[in-house]
Design a protein around this ligand. Structure first.
Ligand code: TRP
Length: 356
């Protein structure tokens, strides 16, 4: 069995276990607030999170603000990126009563887990992480201490709440593997505290940007969830197509056309091949028109809800305040447990004074 088929089988089995006992799972996942959320995020993970929530799985979402500065000097517009991301979560259907949304920098006890966790990994293991290597290359910078160690920080994100299910894209699999190693080693040395979390790899295909490369804000090929209809049309117009009027789905030779067909198909629930057949010999302009309509229709309700929510800034502020409060309570309990297991308990009182 090849790796792809093996992953598919494992995901099928995991899906059945989640369906049977949603109460046994706690999801922790998240993203770096480096820009606006786009269709790649939506079809890659957000839709899946909403589905998990619908099945009754408790979910934690980290807006990984400290992870923003792994590959750049400053956090940029991080506050506005966080605000906009929460709007998209809410508009997509995440219910703040069931999903805890928080930011790294607001949860000190989570960050402190990094210290014992760093003692559980070797420098060689850190240097071996293929995703860190690729991101370092893409950043064109020299390796910072944070870039090298952020997968351990990500383990703290996951383990602070004893998350045991981590929806991620393929590129984050090495980080989940490192988290499993850290959980195992901590438990071996200090006694059973942490679960060994399982990755949940999204089954929807990677969303291409309008140029055929992976959709990414830094490539300028992304359709943001919060764009207007006209902004959407403007991005699609930039897609590089060709003059062969007979439309085929050929990602190798016609990446621009293929990307638009894939995007439209995801939005309408068909396949890119079917759409190509339907468009027939109507040319690239027709493909663009179909793609713009598909995206604008699919996200019309999302954008309407988003605009309504955006009218009252206190909505987002309250979601974050409640999420950060809950994340802090849980992180402090876990940190107390960790310190106790390590023998770092000096009074009978909990080490961290808790508010009410
Ligand atoms: N590294 C993830 C990304 O770039 C974001 C992230 C941070 C994350 N902490 C996490 C994902 C914990 C899953 C679990 O997309």
């Amino acid at each position: 069995m090849d790796t792809f088929t093996a992953t598919q089988h494992r995901m099928h089995d995991l899906d059945a276990r989640i369906r049977a006992r949603p109460d046994r799972f706690r999801v922790l996942t998240g993203e770096r607030p480096t820009g606006r959320l786009h269709l790649g995020h939506y079809f890659g993970t957000i839709a899946e999170r909403v589905a998990l929530q619908g099945r009754g799985v408790e979910t934690f979402l980290v807006l990984a603000d400290y992870q923003v500065i792994t590959d750049r000097d400053t956090a940029g517009d991080v506050a506005s990126n966080v605000h906009e991301a929460v709007l998209d979560y809410l508009a997509a259907g995440l219910d703040p009563a069931a999903t805890t949304v928080f930011t790294h920098s607001s949860v000190p006890a989570l960050n402190q887990l990094l210290l014992p966790f760093l003692s559980l990994v070797t420098e060689a293991e850190l240097h071996r992480n293929p995703t860190v290597k690729a991101e370092l290359q893409a950043s064109g910078r020299t390796l910072s201490g944070l870039m090298l160690t952020y997968p351990v920080h990500q383990a703290a994100d996951i383990l602070f709440c004893k998350g045991n299910l981590v929806p991620v894209g393929k590129d984050n699999l090495p980080h989940v593997e490192m988290t499993r190693t850290i959980a195992r080693r901590f438990n071996d040395r200090f006694g059973e505290v942490f679960p060994e979390p399982e990755p949940l790899v999204t089954t929807s295909p990677e969303v291409p940007g309008v140029d055929g490369r992976k959709m990414s804000k830094s490539y300028g090929n992304a359709i943001a969830l919060g764009m207007t209809e006209d902004e959407t049309a403007a991005v699609v117009r930039r897609a590089r197509t060709d003059s062969d009027r007979h439309i085929t789905f050929d990602p190798e030779r016609r990446p621009g056309i293929a990307a638009l067909l894939t995007t439209a198909a995801l939005c309408t629930g068909t396949t890119p091949e079917e759409l190509a057949d339907e468009i027939g010999s109507a040319g690239a302009a027709a493909v663009k028109r179909v793609a713009v309509e598909a995206v604008n229709e699919r996200f019309a309700a999302h954008r309407r809800r988003r605009a309504e929510l955006a009218r009252d800034p206190s909505v987002v502020a309250e979601v974050l305040a409640a999420g950060n409060r809950r994340a802090n309570e849980i992180a402090e309990m876990t940190l107390d447990e960790v310190r106790s297991r390590m023998g770092m308990r000096y009074t009978d009182q909990p080490i961290t004074p808790r508010g009410d």
